[in-house]
Design a protein around this ligand. Sequence first.
Ligand code: ATP
Ligand code: MG
Length: 506
Amino acid sequence: MTDQKYVLAVDQGTTSTRAIIFDHAGTVVSVGQKEHEQIFPRAGWVEHDPMEVWTNVREVVATALSKAELNSTNLAAVGITNQRETTVVWDKNTGEPVYNAIVWQDTRTAKIVEELGGEVGQDKYKDRVGLPLATYFCGPKVKWILDNVEGARERAEAGDLIMGTMDTWVLWNMTGGVEGGVHVTDVTNASRTLLMDLKTLSWAEDICADMTIPMSMLPEIKSSAEVYGYGRQQGMLVGIPISGILGDQQAATFGQACFEPGMAKNTYGTGNFMLMNTGTEPVPSKNGLLTTLCYKIGDQAPVYALEGSIAVTGSLVQWLRDNLRMFDSAPEVEQLAQTVEDNGGAYFVPAFSGLFAPYWKSDARGAIVGLTRFVNRGHIARAVLEATAFQTREVLDAMEADSGVKLAELKVDGGMTANELLMQFQADQLDVDVVRPVVAETTALGAAYAAGIAVGFWSGEQDVIDNWAEDKRWTPKMDADERDRQYRLWKKAVTRTFEWVDDDVR
Ligand SMILES: Nc1ncnc2c1ncn2[C@@H]1O[C@H](COP(=O)(O)OP(=O)(O)OP(=O)(O)O)[C@@H](O)[C@H]1O
Ligand SMILES: [Mg+2]
């Protein structure tokens, strides 16, 4: 056992929970990881069991510590990062959730969202919260639970129920739960609720009233790097400061050292999320992007970002694996795609949760177009990978139009960046270099940095910049005519998914 210090980050993701221990150089020392069940009660509904997730958090923390042969006294700080927007409502007296967590991909709030927009429509609150009204965000999910779970509204109005995104749920439990658990979120997570004013960084009472959400349910909004509380759960992290929270995509932006306005990263996970730092003023989008908090370190000014969110990228590979059983593990999609020269004319638009950026169409649904007798499973595998790259190009185009910044290269991370064929095709479609860092676990890394900076383990952003190192670079090779031809067909394919959902489509 050593007396050297480390920082642990909990990454509570959509498909799994990881605990990763980092040393002072930002190197991964050990990892604990566990998947949790994806619950699909009906078409369009996606849930997680918050109790299962909390059990997994404890288990992966123990695994990471034991693999590294460390105990919690070796930790200088703990950071939390999380799948964003996924929402839990629980009883603060018993610690029991009143319903499963409603996941960000879930589309059950489509009606609520439409009603909230009323005459004004989707952009009703956009000036203030930076987001269009869409099923993606938290507020309408809370309203759905209060409207649909028996007795929930009365208990909420009596002050017994509280809500949170997964960061808040994990922090509350870690800091003691029913015995004094801290009920807090950070600005980045709060900026995804539709309920926070982007400029004042406080809850917008009138919007909460429109959504019939009692203010007493909401966590306190804090910065992304400060001591929120100390570990208090029996046997776990007792007395260790928990001092960093960032939503997963903001954490990756932080871990990728995007600290200057105009710097951007793209994360390839369950979905894809491109964020560009826009500095200390929020920049409104005219091209279907979100305006969101990027991070706020302690008392420093908040930093904002433009974001292009794509709902389905890596999860489309999982869908080929699990629903169509085309292969046994996600990386095999690459071998299958390599059995053919190109997509054979097939385009796959995975509008499974409607379309997010830059379209924001809840009534779109997935489609494969351009099919002929020629198309085989190799072509489909290729179309699946290409869908990620085409969607990314749409978002990058919007980003450049909104920010006026032409990217010189794109920093990437996440599970899908292991896929060479995809990364090369991505560089070809964007016509810029695509660059992957040595530590591809940038989500956990960013949360660790925020937590470590808050307690002085790292001195500030410069340490993050110094620790960042390039692993691999892909350079564009495709000629412009071919790039444009393919992109034109992709755009046409996208239009074929619009307005699929009628009132009686289930
Ligand atoms: N070699 C590969 N080629 C294509 N896709 C891959 C490959 N390896 C992993 N994936 C996909 O990447 C995703 C996993 O990436 P990652 O672990 O970064 O996800 P994540 O988004 O962080 O997970 P979570 O949503 O739980 O946070 C899965 O959807 C998987 O299908
Ligand atoms: Mg993740």
